[in-house]
Design a protein around this ligand. Structure first.
Ligand SMILES: Cc1cc2nc3c(=O)[nH]c(=O)nc-3n(C[C@H](O)[C@H](O)[C@H](O)COP(=O)(O)OP(=O)(O)OC[C@H]3O[C@@H](n4cnc5c(N)ncnc54)[C@H](O)[C@@H]3O)c2cc1C
Length: 581
């Protein structure tokens, strides 16, 4: 028979209530063979002495019943507060500012600073002055992202650098070497999670001059200009021919794999001008890459590993430099109706029998010549047109013969004016104007900022590159000047823009990207001499191919597995996150 569900439920509920009531009221009956249980004794009366947490609360330094003096109470209370603050700070550090890529947390950064202070107690050897940290972590010549460093340390010796590296390893602190600070692609900018800036200014001594062997040993903070000035003052007819920016140091020059105006005759940092380097590796070990002998076939060239490594594989503390004989030079200037004619003339000159007498050949476009005049750094203004500056070397008869050849070649290519500086002073002034082209450009347009680019192509492609770039920059509405080590196919566009104008800065960035892509399309490179830093790392795969970039990254991982040496520079990001490798 069918029973309505509501009735079934009410019957079930009634029988359940009966069972529960029965359980509550009836004691369990012993079964057959079982004994009845004895009733439990009554519970003991509550004790008057509290225990555990209650005892703690009763006698804690916050309770009225605290048995000690007010001094003990204050001492205990402040100890508890101090421990609480430390624990809370650590918690906030770890939760709100998690360690990035295994680097020191803010608390560990503070520990590292304390360790550095203890290791370098002398005044000013360790600085955390915020203005200095900002200054050392960024550059007026770079527009790439930068962060201030956490601390600056000033070593005096290789042993000091080892101490710094060991503290950096212990605290997982990235290290950035800062030398002449003339690099242009954000090379020495600070790391956002915290970084130790190693300022090499105190390591600028010349240690040995071996005149008969034409070499010199120095600390890496020595400036190339000071080395040449010292040789001159000592009457030693030798010089170090790499000549990058004024103020650059040997360590920085190794770092960027620099060159300069002399490269057409002497080659770049990647030639054998650095015979031996003393390097503190990222694990704190000190190595020498070679001995002082002129040449060596002992294994592959570990010196070269550090040239152009931008401080990512270790810290160079000393270097043995090869020196070249100092030859008499004469400076000449030739002016042309356009850049193509100027570059064609250069190729003919370099390929002539007197090509070896050309120490430098520099191109300055008409806008650069006008900027030099406007900046007011010259005693008499130059005619404004595309210009080549030559430095010719050799003894008197050789210079005379070379000059005759050059003069006839430049005339053939339409030069209206070819003249020598009449005095040494004039020659120095002429050359100074070339060296200070950046300052002249900025001096001619006060209040504006300047982005300096650097690309290099096979020399025969240079006219096309310069022509298209000038046109592009003009169409984009920029004021710009051009200067180049034309004998190597290397040129710089100096693009001016208004200060504090982010939109214009973004337009310059785009123009630089277009210029680099144009150079790559002409079988060139994204950087002829300034290096990669932050600014050019995105072009490396396109230029070198994935295999080559992976090889570079594998070397970095093997030498610096903790990625402590200048992270975020040189190697293209895997995940667009700075510092990754
Ligand atoms: C006006 C001007 C003109 C320039 N002209 C040229 C030119 O003609 N040719 C040219 O090549 N460059 C030129 N430059 C760029 C610059 O001068 C070079 O890149 C130079 O080699 C940088 O040397 P630095 O001592 O200033 O190095 P920094 O700028 O201090 O450092 C450069 C890089 O090297 C690393 N580094 C520095 N010291 C060490 C060390 N001891 N061990 C390991 N790594 C280290 C740094 O961490 C950084 O990554 C010019 C710059 C300016 C401002």
């Amino acid at each position: 028979m069918f029973t309505a569900p509501s009735r079934v439920f009410s019957q079930l509920a009634r029988s359940f209530r009966t069972d529960v009531r029965g359980l509550a009221t009836r004691p369990p009956q012993p079964g057959p063979g079982q004994f009845a249980k004895r009733p439990l004794p009554p519970p003991p009366p509550p004790s008057s002495s509290p225990s555990g947490i209650r005892a703690f609360l009763r006698y804690s330094p916050w309770s009225r019943e605290f048995p000690g003096s007010w001094r003990t109470r204050a001492l205990l209370q402040s100890t508890v507060y101090a421990v609480g603050i430390v624990l809370a700070t650590n918690y906030v550090d770890e939760v709100w500012f998690p360690k990035e890529q295994g680097y020191a947390s803010p608390r560990e950064v503070r520990v590292a600073i304390e360790k550095l202070r203890a290791a370098f107690p002398e005044e000013n050897q360790v600085s955390t002055n915020s203005d200095e940290l900002e200054l050392y972590g960024s550059s007026d010549n770079s527009y790439h992202p930068a962060s201030p460093h956490s601390v600056i340390v000033r070593p005096q010796s290789t042993e000091d650098v080892v101490k710094i590296v060991k503290i950096a390893i212990e605290c997982r602190m990235p290290m950035v070497v800062y030398s002449g600070a003339t690099s242009l692609e954000g090379h020495f900018s600070g790391i956002s999670t915290g970084s130790i800036c190693i300022d090499m200014a105190g390591m600028d001594k010349i240690l040995e001059i071996n005149e008969t062997d034409s070499d010199l040993v120095c600390q890496s903070g020595a400036k190339w200009e000071d080395i040449n000035q010292t040789l001159k003052e000592k009457g030693i007819p030798l010089f170090f021919p790499l000549d990058p920016g004024p103020g650059a140091t040997i360590g920085g020059m190794v770092g960027t794999g620099c060159s300069g105006t002399n490269a057409v005759r002497y080659g770049t940092a990647k030639a054998e001008w650095f015979l031996n380097l003393t390097v503190v590796l990222p694990n704190g070990e000190v190595i020498k890459t070679r001995r002082r002998a002129r040449k060596s076939a002992a294994g592959f060239d570990t010196t070269k590993l550090f040239i152009g490594a931008e401080g990512t594989l270790g810290i160079v503390t000393e270097a043995t430099l090869r020196l070249a004989p100092l030859l008499p030079t004469k400076v000449a200037m030739a002016q042309f109706p356009n850049i193509e004619k100027a570059v064609d003339a250069v190729q003919d000159v370099l390929n002539s029998a007197y090509g070896n007498h050309i120490q430098c050949v520099e191109l300055l476009d008409d806008k650069m010549m006008s900027a030099i005049n406007q900046a007011g750094l010259v005693s008499r203004p130059y005619p404004v047109s595309d210009t080549l500056f030559f430095k010719i070397q050799g003894d008197d008869p050789a210079i005379k013969l070379a000059s005759k050849t050059i003069s006839s070649i430049v005339k053939k290519h339409g030069s209206s004016k070819f003249e020598f500086a009449s005095t040494d002073k004039e020659a120095d002034e002429l050359w100074m104007n070339r060296k200070y082209a950046l300052m002249s450009t900025m001096g001619a347009f006060p209040g504006m900022r300047c982005w300096t680019t650097d690309v290099c192509v096979p020399v025969s492609r240079l006219p096309q590159l310069v022509y298209e770039t000038k046109q592009d920059l003009e169409e984009a509405g920029f004021i710009s000047t051009i200067v180049g080590h034309v004998g190597d196919g290397n040129f710089h566009a100096l693009i001016l823009f208004k200060d504090n104008d982010d939109r214009e800065l973004a337009k310059v960035d785009d123009a630089v990207h277009r210029l680099v892509r144009r150079a790559l399309a002409l079988d060139g490179t994204c950087t002829g001499e300034h290096g990669v830093g932050i600014g050019k790392k995105e072009f490396l795969v396109e230029e070198l191919g994935e295999g080559t970039v992976e090889l570079m990254k594998s070397i970095k991982k093997a030498v610096d597995p903790l990625n402590l040496c200048n992270p975020g520079k040189l190697y293209p990001d895997n995940d667009k996150k700075s510092g990754s490798h």
